[in-house]
Design a protein around this ligand. Structure first.
Ligand code: SF4
Ligand code: SF4
Length: 396
């Protein structure tokens, strides 16, 4: 298939964070030292080559890039200090932008102003909605004890109900489900676009129908275990990733799918499954975040030496979400209604933009794209194998 060459492509990749691409002279050290490269997936040298040649469409359909977990091992061996790990990471940002049909990913990855404006804008809308519909009632200031339950804990739903009426508890739930549908729908539509760009667009590829089912386990397995990352030198990276991924997924499911089951009035004992899941999610996120933040400041580890603005936005949003969530919990179980109300409002003003921006458009989305890429790569392989067994007739 003829490939269109875009001579300005590398220049445009610089906006996604690529810096030292001209230094690569294709010695192949990085590919040789990468613990994750396989016969079927040749990276990072091949990917860098495609980028340098301006093969934009080829890179859009490239699934190899997703087999890289950005451990940084290859960067240590580059004789030209071209930082192949960072080049791969930057090209991944380009790919995520290519999958996103709305064009917002590209805006967020290439412009800090755009991403911060959206984050702050959505946060302000959340604050404005609270100011309009759920302002603190005089009772909250004059008689906060009204909002305590029998165990002395703060009743969040009752607080909302007594301030603005029972219909507003439902409004919060409906708002939550609307957010789930919008965010989930955007992410799914982008994944379908990825499916088109990486598999469907290639008309010569005929994937056996059964492969869609027989290979599906790979999606679930790699999503839940991050197994490939175990092969990298630094095993702590794998542990951190598993904790983050499971913690974040639990948090996402709790917030956008099961809120009525979790936001209950009763203060359940610490060993109750609801509280344990919440603790696991919070600890998982913090155990990942703390060393990453320290590492990005220290700039010693290859994988954390260079930080793109979107790396920091993600870390800051996730950290603030976890901290504000911890504060809501502490204030609630210790019976402090005013502090609970204020921290709850701030928590939502951080959490809602984080979910709406990060999940479908920005850095977080890679947690969804990667397992799908592994699944799609398995489908592609099945299609190629089929072609070997049943070659297409030359004159059909
Ligand atoms: S990035 Fe470095 S190690 Fe990899 S091929 Fe280029 S020069 Fe060699
Ligand atoms: S960052 Fe790690 S996984 Fe990615 S290409 Fe380099 S060595 Fe391989």
């Amino acid at each position: 298939m003829a490939q269109r060459v875009d001579p300005t492509f590398m220049k445009s990749l610089e906006k996604f964070g690529v810096k030292d691409w001209k230094d690569c002279f294709h010695c192949g050290n990085c590919t040789a030292s990468c613990p994750l490269t396989e016969e079927d997936y040749q990276f990072p040298r091949m990917v860098i080559r495609q980028a340098q040649m301006g093969l934009k469409d080829k890179l859009k359909s490239n699934l190899d890039l997703w087999m890289c977990y950005f451990c940084g091992d290859c960067t240590k061996t580059c004789p030209r200090e071209a930082n192949p790990c960072e080049i791969m990471r930057s090209i991944r940002r380009f790919q995520i932008s290519a999958y996103d049909w709305t064009g917002l990913s590209k805006k967020f990855f290439t412009s800090t102003t755009w991403e911060l404006s959206f984050i702050i804008g959505i946060g302000v809308i959340v604050l404005a909605l609270f100011a309009l519909f759920l302002p603190p009632s005089p009772e909250l200031w004059t008689n906060p004890a009204l909002f305590l339950n029998e165990q002395g804990g703060v009743m969040i739903n009752n607080m909302v109900e007594s301030i603005s009426g029972p219909q507003f508890v439902k409004i919060i739930e409906y708002g939550d489900w609307t957010m789930a549908v919008v965010v989930g729908g955007l992410l799914i539509s982008n994944i379908l676009n990825m499916f088109y760009l990486t598999l469907l667009k290639d008309k010569s590829l005929h994937i056996p129908f059964t492969a869609y089912f027989t290979e599906f386990w790979k999606l679930i397995f790699h999503f839940s275990t991050q197994d490939k990352l175990r092969k990298c030198d630094d095993k702590s990276y794998w542990v951190g990733h598993v904790l983050l991924m499971t913690g974040y997924t639990i948090m996402f499911v709790i917030i956008v799918g099961l809120l009525p089951k979790f936001q209950i009035e009763e203060i359940v004992p610490w060993y109750n499954w609801q509280r344990l899941l919440g603790y696991y999610a919070t600890i998982g996120i913090l155990v990942f975040l703390i060393p990453v933040v320290i590492g990005r400041f220290k700039k010693k580890k290859c994988k954390l030496k260079h930080s793109h603005p979107t790396d920091w936005h993600f870390i800051i949003m996730l950290g603030l979400t976890a901290i504000s969530g911890i504060l809501v919990h502490i204030f609630r179980i210790t019976g402090m209604p005013i502090a609970t109300y204020i921290s709850y409002v701030l928590h939502l003003a951080i959490l809602v933009p984080m979910i709406m921006i990060e999940v479908p458009f920005s850095k977080w989305s890679h947690l969804a794209y990667r397992p799908f890429a592994i699944y799609f790569a398995a489908l592609k392989k099945a299609g190629v194998e089929k072609e070997k067994v049943e070659p297409t007739p030359a004159f059909a």
